[in-house]
Write a protein that binds this ligand. Structure first.
Ligand code: PHE
Length: 315
């Protein structure tokens, strides 16, 4: 019997033998029924034999189940010597890549990320930013005005107003999002991405601004140091206002961002006392930064969603 069980290799055959042994008319069943006619020694011997036989069936069942499982796994083994089908892998768009890099860097400097609506009201896009009625930025030539008097946000500076209104000071934030102007050439599109940084506290100076800009640019472009040129400029919402240029690889100066110390009127408009608090703001187009980093000739390519172009540009 023992050998018989050991030679069985399928669960079905084992089941047949089990039924023959322990089924209603099974051999062992019959012997167990006669147990009452046996003397004590023979009874004990039958009990031992019965227990051993059951154990044997159980063990063989487990063995067969394991063998079946192993055979299945063997069949599923991958043949890694086969050439794979060419795979069409997606990547993150260069704009998305640079956007998350920029956010990561600014967040590591302690700037908190804010967003705001792209359809803005006059207050947040212009008036609170100390932009008087006659300012050219309000010109119909530059801004997309809607019939309801609202405007497609022309600058992420609107987000700094919202942030100061909602969270007060001290504040260290950056706003990020799309902005819209009536422009169209190789370095300007009607929609572009802007980032705005703002840091207001009690002892913030122009050199804090320059330190952060320098650290940011060297991290973003992966350069040990960056050479900056500061030019005086004009923005209604900063005073003094500057334009920051960076020396690029070919020794050319590139105009990168506008910045300055936040104008006292802007702080007052947000309910902040300018005698107590001051700080800086800076703003730049992050698609222009991506263009430089990835060496792209035309900014508008970034918005065409042409996969062939993305592939040929190495993305
Ligand atoms: N909002 C300005 C622009 O769109 C950039 C800027 C932001 C300048 C913050 C100074 C401070 O050109």
């Amino acid at each position: 019997m023992q050998d018989k069980i050991k030679n069985i290799n399928t669960l079905e055959e084992l089941q047949v033998l089990y039924t023959e042994t322990y089924g209603k008319n099974g051999t062992m069943t019959a012997r167990l029924k006669e147990m009452k006619n046996l003397d004590n020694d023979a009874r004990a011997a039958l009990n031992t034999e019965n227990a051993a036989l059951r154990e044997l069936f159980k063990t063989r069942q487990t063995e067969i189940e394991n063998a079946v499982l192993m055979a299945g796994l063997q069949k599923q083994r991958l043949d890694t010597s086969l050439n794979p089908e060419p795979e069409n892998r997606g990547t993150l768009h260069p704009l998305t890549q640079s956007l998350s890099e920029i956010s990561e860097i600014l967040e590591s400097f302690g700037y908190k990320r804010y967003t705001g609506p792209e359809i803005e009201d006059d207050w947040h896009n212009f008036t609170a930013l100390n932009t008087p009625m006659h300012h050219p930025a309000r010109d119909m030539q530059d801004s997309f005005f809607l019939e309801n008097g609202k405007v497609l946000r022309t600058q992420t500076s609107a987000i700094q107003i919202r942030a100061m209104e909602s969270d007060g000071v001290p504040i260290k934030m950056f706003g990020i999002g799309s902005t819209y102007r009536k422009e169209w050439d190789a370095t300007h599109g009607p929609m572009f991405g802007q980032i705005e940084g703002l840091y207001i506290d009690k002892n913030i100076t122009m050199s804090s601004l320059l330190a952060d800009i320098r650290a940011f640019l060297s991290r973003f472009f992966g350069l040990e140091d960056v050479e900056l040129r500061i030019r005086p400029s004009y923005f209604p919402f900063t005073d003094p206002s500057i334009e920051v240029d960076m020396k690029w690889k070919n020794d050319k100066w590139l105009e990168l961002m506008g910045a300055g110390m936040v104008h006292p009127n802007v702080l007052r408009n947000c309910g902040i006392n300018p005698d107590e608090y001051q700080g800086f703001a800076f703003g730049f187009g992050w698609d222009r930064l991506a263009m430089l980093k990835y060496n792209l000739p035309d900014l508008r390519d970034l918005y065409n969603n042409d996969v062939r172009w993305l592939k040929s540009a190495g993305f």
